[in-house]
Design a protein. Structure first.
Length: 161
């Protein structure tokens, strides 16, 4: 980074990027969602449905096989397959963003989300952190890698763990 103003602008651009990610998922704006990812982005989905007990180290429910989407199109397709027919509300806050250089950054975002079926019945309410890396592209900052690590999951209305 060349100066303090450049660093502040990069941090704000990354904050706007994450806000756009949440809005696009919740409004089912698939083209907009695609725009937040690098063409060769990687999204690790394995930890999104499980919580690790901090005292025993056990995952509940047990972790599935690794689920990784490679590339913008695959990431959007995966997210779309999960949330297209349900109501979602995502909130990301308290970012910890580290600028590595003028082209790369990484961040951790506290998050909460709620998923409801078409009748408004709770499917899942969760909280945790997104762990991400970012790259600067000709169109602005984009997500290069992402992983959701949940700390809490509450399942509702007959949806078992």
């Amino acid at each position: 980074m060349t100066g303090a103003l450049d660093r502040l602008m990069a941090l704000e651009d990354i904050r706007q990027l994450k806000a756009r990610y949440c809005r696009c998922v919740d409004t089912k704006d698939w083209a907009g969602l695609a725009s937040v990812f690098a063409p060769d982005a990687i999204f690790h989905h394995r930890f999104g449905g499980s919580v690790r007990d901090p005292w025993t180290g056990q995952w509940k429910p047990p972790l599935p096989e690794p689920r990784i989407s490679h590339g913008r199109a695959a990431i959007v397709a995966r997210i779309r397959s999960v949330v297209e027919n349900i109501h979602t509300l995502h909130q990301c806050h308290m970012p910890e963003i580290a600028l590595i250089d003028i082209f790369n950054a990484r961040g951790v975002w506290a998050m909460s989300d709620e998923l409801r079926d078409r009748d408004g019945q709770l499917i899942l309410r969760g909280a945790g952190h997104y762990h991400e890396s970012y790259v600067s592209s000709p169109s602005g900052w984009v997500i290069a890698t992402a992983e959701l690590r949940r700390l809490s999951i509450v399942r509702g209305d007959g949806h078992p763990d």
